[in-house]
Design a binder for this molecule. Structure first.
Ligand code: FES
Length: 98
């Protein structure tokens, strides 16, 4: 299946359903969550709380925090998580900024 994402999926195998911002996505089970979301076409993971600028994964190694998502009410780094069945994830709650 072709997506609008500039990223290619290099893994094949079982896929599982996860919910992103209320929409069901079928992602490769066990793959890196940030990479899988990018490959599925997700371009904005969060917004900068000060400027409102859109942010997306940059370092893919837990250093930049640009991949923050909300999972079960907790803000987490998507690049440090694996895809598993039934994840319900969203952009972190936006907090006011200047
Ligand atoms: S992409 Fe940098 S911390 Fe996740």
């Amino acid at each position: 299946m072709k997506t609008a994402s500039p990223f290619l999926e290099i893994e094949s195998g079982p896929r599982v359903d996860v919910t992103w911002e209320g929409k069901t996505l079928s992602l490769p089970e066990g793959s890196n969550l940030a990479a899988a979301l990018l490959a599925a076409g997700v371009e904005v993971f969060r917004h900068n709380p000060v400027s409102g600028a859109p942010r997306a994964p940059f370092c893919m190694m837990g250093a930049c925090f640009d991949c923050l998502i909300e999972l079960d009410g907790v803000t987490r780094q998507a690049c440090m998580l694996e895809v598993s069945e039934g994840l319900v994830i969203s952009r972190p709650s936006e907090q006011g900024g200047a």
